[in-house]
Design a protein around this ligand. Structure first.
Ligand code: SAH
Length: 238
């Protein structure tokens, strides 16, 4: 059976002791029935993956000991995903898939037709951690609080380009193959699509490129997965 693989919110290194919180102890001890001396894999999002032995364990707490590094830290390409939050399950899906596919940062944005006026940040962070545990990743994308799209764009770093997924386009403005690698963001609109004002504003920005994802209208979660996959294929680390 595969070893348990857990994210821990604690800096890892050679011979480091790592305390377990109640949920982790419960999972390792009560659910997975592991005991003292057994080994699991842990990562902290910054220092690669480590094999650790269980030094102490009970239903409510425990202690691990880092034995050796089993994977170096692997950072994703410098890609941000800007998306408009959807219903809970679909938002969770986007965060999970973006983590698996490899993005550095996730920014939920509120647009004219966005239905959600809040997100549950802790829930999304938990989903990203779980996705990284499951896919063997050593990095957890940073997730920001919900922000207004125009505010995000006003403060946007000038050296980062944005790929806009525009369902109204018949053909992409650019061929991804011809774009330069580097700092990028992908923007996916809400279920209601972008408003005309938003579309014109986005097109007027110097650092944006609009792409089509084919002749069918995709749901926003499908569009996010598709756009990240395409970007990864041409400009990322696949
Ligand atoms: N309600 C809109 C569709 C929105 S789809 C309409 O009927 O026109 C949600 C988002 O997914 C869009 O804003 C866009 O960012 C992305 N998307 C969906 N299908 C797409 C396509 N074929 N090409 C590019 N982007 C697409």
């Amino acid at each position: 059976m595969n070893k348990i693989r857990l994210f821990v919110d604690h800096t890892l290194g050679e011979a480091q002791s790592v305390p377990l919180n109640k949920d982790q102890a419960h999972y390792i001890f009560s659910v997975m029935r592991k005991g003292i001396g057994e080994k699991i894999l842990i990562f902290d999002g910054n220092n690669g993956e480590w094999e650790a032995s269980i030094e102490e364990i009970s239903k409510k707490s425990g202690l691990l000991f880092c034995i050796k590094q089993t994977k170096p830290q692997i950072m994703p390409p410098d890609l941000w995903l800007l998306f408009s939050p959807l219903k809970k399950v679909r938002t969770d899906f986007i965060v999970e898939k973006a983590t698996e596919l490899g993005v550095a940062k996730i920014i939920p944005v509120q647009t004219k037709h966005t239905n959600a006026d809040r997100i549950k940040l802790n829930r999304l962070i938990a989903h990203a951690r779980e996705a990284a545990e499951q896919c063997g990743g050593t990095y957890i994308p940073k997730i920001e609080e919900l922000q207004k799209l125009d505010e995000v764009l006003e403060n946007f770093p000038p050296n980062r380009r944005i790929l806009i997924c525009d369902e109204k386009l018949e053909e992409s403005e650019v061929n991804l193959e011809n774009l330069k690698k580097g700092k990028w963001a992908i923007l996916v609109g809400p279920e209601g699509g972008f408003s005309e004002i938003e579309r014109n504003y986005l097109k007027g920005l110097k650092f944006t490129f609009s792409i089509s994802l084919g002749p069918r209208i995709l749901r926003a979660d499908t569009a996010a997965v598709t756009a990240i996959s395409l970007w990864q294929n041409y400009l990322g680390d696949w």
